[in-house]
Design a protein around this ligand. Sequence first.
Ligand SMILES: Nc1ncnc2c1ncn2[C@@H]1O[C@H](COP(=O)(O)OP(=O)(O)OP(=O)(O)O)[C@@H](O)[C@H]1O
Ligand SMILES: [Mg+2]
Length: 455
Amino acid sequence: MAQRILIIDDDASLRRVLEYNLEEERYEVFTAASGEEGMRLFEEQQPGLVITDLKMPGMSGFDVLRQIKEGSPDTLVIVITAFGAVETAVEAMRAGAYDYITKPFNREALKLTVRKALAFTGLSSENRRLKEELAERFDFRNIVGMSDKMQRVFDVVRRVADTEATVLITGESGTGKELVAKALHSLSSRHNGPFVPINCAAIPRELLESELFGHVKGAFTGAVKDRAGKFQLADGGTLFLDEVGDLPVDLQAKLLRALQEREVSPVGGEAPRKIDVRVLAATNAELDQAIEDGKFREDLYYRLAVIPIHLPPLRERREDISLLVRHFAGRHGGAQVRFDDRSLQILREYSWPGNVRELENTVERLLILRRGDTIEPEDLPAQIGRRRAVAAGTKVLNLPDEGYSLEELEREAVLEALERTGWNQTAAARFLRIPRHTLLYRMEKYHITQGEKKQ
Ligand SMILES: Nc1ncnc2c1ncn2[C@@H]1O[C@H](COP(=O)(O)OP(=O)(O)OP(=O)(O)O)[C@@H](O)[C@H]1O
Ligand SMILES: [Mg+2]
């Protein structure tokens, strides 16, 4: 039996295009020109999927979405949003939409989205679990992210959490490595056991061995009684080896043995003790290089990186920035605070060398220092606004002291050229002395769209 789809849009031509494309895929399609008519048809036909525009006179798409989700939560709703209106899309997803398509839309993308959605309804026996997953989709154990890159991370986290596999989490400072480690623990069946972090870079070499493995009384001066190490403290739970790249080589050997034998020998002790610990590790260093330099054991690396999870820097997932800003504003007592479009845009374009941590600190500071309930560009810290001047026009670049990413510079140049030429791509390409297709490639690479600018 053909799957039934209801399309609600006040724009007749868009309705026809949607109908045509979906009928081509052999779905049974119904169309309505208003929210009210749509709800009537919905009751009558009980389609498995509804595609609705958001902005309509009378009953809006949001009303349709809410009403459908209330009455029949299993029906999937895809919303149609204006190109670049990410905020609206996110809001709709939060309200229960399954996905969104932007107009003007691409036929293949449309068909794919619909196919994906309907495949999803097919799994209705698992509906409950999947619905829970959906609710988590943008907000996964306090880890916020709507970018594909973060969605992929969530996916791996979900799949490996409740296993005994060792996970190596890599990523620049402030990208959320510890947060992911905690999520892995709390989603595992060890969640009632302890989560014990140890920062291998922060503890002096002489103490580290005893910190990890414990010691017996008299093992060294000052060892006045037996002391349990972190491994033992983590028994029945998870041990998180942070900055594992800084572990001295001799301790790496001992760690490897502990992982392989599942037992630890306290300093000065003879008999090893059995331990039941799941190990997670993190590093912001390039271990490849350390291995080549003989500073990190290759066998230990493979032992730790059974499952590697890489957290991309924030500048490579700018789609997440607005969402994170809102998340941190809420968390730091500024749920009612609004960031105006221009300041959001500046925040989205900044390079965030300190990643999410820097963003969180920035938001927190902005909330404390704010003069009202709206944050405007003038409120933003100088270094965040300053980058906009970096590529400003003349031949002399004024790069900040702390250095600057060449990719950022290129992105800035492309944006600047487009802005100056009123988003005339031919003119912008000429301005940058590159062929138009190169410009288009760069725009795609850096996710530059005019919609984004206008938002
Ligand atoms: N995706 C995210 N959603 C919400 N909060 C996040 C996210 N990523 C990071 N954070 C927050 O940013 C801060 C830094 O994260 P975390 O400590 O996990 O980073 P890290 O990668 O371990 O950094 P470092 O290498 O410096 O130790 C924390 O307050 C964390 O809660
Ligand atoms: Mg950390």
